[in-house]
Design a protein around this ligand. Structure first.
Ligand code: FAD
Length: 414
């Protein structure tokens, strides 16, 4: 029995292959085809959606690790390398990934498959850094991606082939200062506010308490002086600007409170400071709404949850990011506000997540592919203008639908 990281997704594959190299991937793919079985590649199992589930062959890519090489600003990494491994290897060479998401244990291929993003508007998602890839297609043939395929591969959902090596653009390594401030929600999420202007920023909303904690970071020249110290974090000596009030009304009740993570204003590499401790396991849904709709989306979500007396017991995480070019990337073609909602394991997330989905879909939201959602090919056809192009690439690379299964067919169609 295979179980994902959260414990919320399980499957019983007929067979699990764990290839050690490209040749092993190609033969595992061909073997499955000969037996008439489908294949689902899997990385660290950090996704909470059904993407990696199969009753046929699981292709566990986690042994395809290591850095192949760094030339100029491009690093070539094996697709099963964990992000943590890539961060530290690059740091030793004075380079860094432009994107630092929270889950350092995710694999490069898995993170690209689902469009994983961080909290910085500068570089975009990890998918946006992809400049090349090698993969085994649905015929079991090793290929080098051509430029015309890259925007399909940027958010590939594991249906175009099994990635073996990915080339990623890197940036010079930098050191940042990290800050925590209790802020007014409306000011924090307004266009042109700190989410947009700080080099790295994440807003944590506590629905029950109505408080918002801004975690942000930037090089020393971005340091701004603390304004006043009057908020709930003051008691434990944190930097505080303003405490949320009227704009937080929809988020008011009692229970969860912001928990500071950092002592003082720590300095370090983004990958050392930003990911945070591995959270306790939770069901997760995340939506990408147009950036300009973010304030209204949060207000709407807060009031809808309050009206239905649905408690959001984990902090809601809000980030922003630039428009993406990946054809199935949730931020495709538009600047985006990301809203992530988590529910403790065993807490019955169904009603809350359905509400989140219906409210945010109504505001033009598209689901993060790694989170829970109920989208099907019909929704994707409406929301993604390049879906037909993605399908054309899929038809060419995997005409027999080797990388499929019931869940994938529901999501993407036959
Ligand atoms: C603690 C935690 C923190 C997170 N933080 C963030 C965050 O900050 N930002 C964000 O956007 N997301 C975040 N996520 C979501 C997570 O990072 C993504 O789900 C990512 O896809 C996980 O990578 P993985 O290696 O676990 O992939 P898996 O979940 O194993 O697989 C995901 C997809 O990748 C495909 N796949 C895997 N390997 C290959 C391969 N070699 N070739 C082809 N397809 C492949 C699978 O078939 C599947 O479709 C977080 C998740 C957790 C649990």
């Amino acid at each position: 029995m295979w179980t994902n990281w959260s414990g919320g997704q399980q499957c019983r594959p007929q067979r699990t292959d764990r290839p050690l190299d490209e040749a092993g991937v190609a033969s595992a793919v061909r073997r499955a085809a000969e037996r008439g079985l489908t294949v689902r590649p899997v990385g660290a199992g950090y996704s909470d959606s059904t993407l990696a589930l199969t009753g046929d062959v699981h292709l566990d890519c986690s042994a395809l690790t290591g850095i192949v090489g760094l030339k100029d600003d491009v690093v070539r990494v094996r697709a099963g390398a964990r992000l943590a491994e890539v961060h530290t290897a690059l740091a030793a060479q004075g380079r860094a990934l432009a994107t630092v998401p929270h889950g350092p244990a995710a694999t490069v291929a898995g993170a690209i498959a689902t469009g994983v993003h961080g909290g910085s508007r500068r570089g975009g998602s990890l998918s946006a850094q992809v400049v090349g890839a090698r993969f085994v297609d649905g015929h079991g043939v090793l290929r080098v991606a051509d430029d015309a395929e890259l925007d399909a591969l940027r958010c590939h959902l594991g249906v175009l082939g099994v990635l073996t090596v990915v080339a990623l653009r890197t940036v010079p390594a930098e050191r940042i200062d990290a800050h925590e401030e209790v802020v007014d929600i409306a000011e924090a999420v307004a266009p042109g506010g700190p989410l947009d202007t700080r080099p790295w920023a994440t807003l944590e909303l506590h629905q029950p308490s109505g408080e918002a904690l801004l975690r942000w970071a930037g090089p020393a020249e971005h340091r701004v002086p603390a304004v006043e110290a009057t908020g709930p974090l003051e008691a434990i000596g944190r930097v505080v600007t303003r405490v949320g009030h009227s704009a937080s009304a929809q988020w008011s009740a009692q229970r969860s409170r912001p928990t500071p993570r950092w002592e003082g204003v720590p300095t370090g590499a983004p990958y050392e400071l930003l990911p945070g401790p591995d959270p306790s396991r939770a069901a997760y849904t995340e939506w990408a709404v147009p950036r300009e709709a973010l304030p209204a989306a949060l207000r709407e979500l807060g009031s809808a949850a309050a009206a239905r007396e649905l408690e959001i017991r984990r902090p809601v995480e809000v980030r922003v990011g630039p428009a993406e070019s990946g054809w199935l990337h949730p931020a495709y073609g538009r600047e985006t506000g990301w809203i992530a909602v988590r529910s403790p394991r065993g807490d019955g997330h169904g009603p809350l997540f359905r509400l989140v989905g219906s409210v945010l879909e109504g505001m033009g939201g598209r689901p993060h592919w790694a989170g829970r959602h109920d989208w099907t090919a019909a929704d994707i056809t409406v929301a993604y203008p390049r879906f037909a192009d993605f399908r054309a690439v899929r038809d060419r690379l995997d005409p027999d639908r080797l990388f499929a299964g019931a869940h994938i067919e529901e999501l993407l169609g036959p």
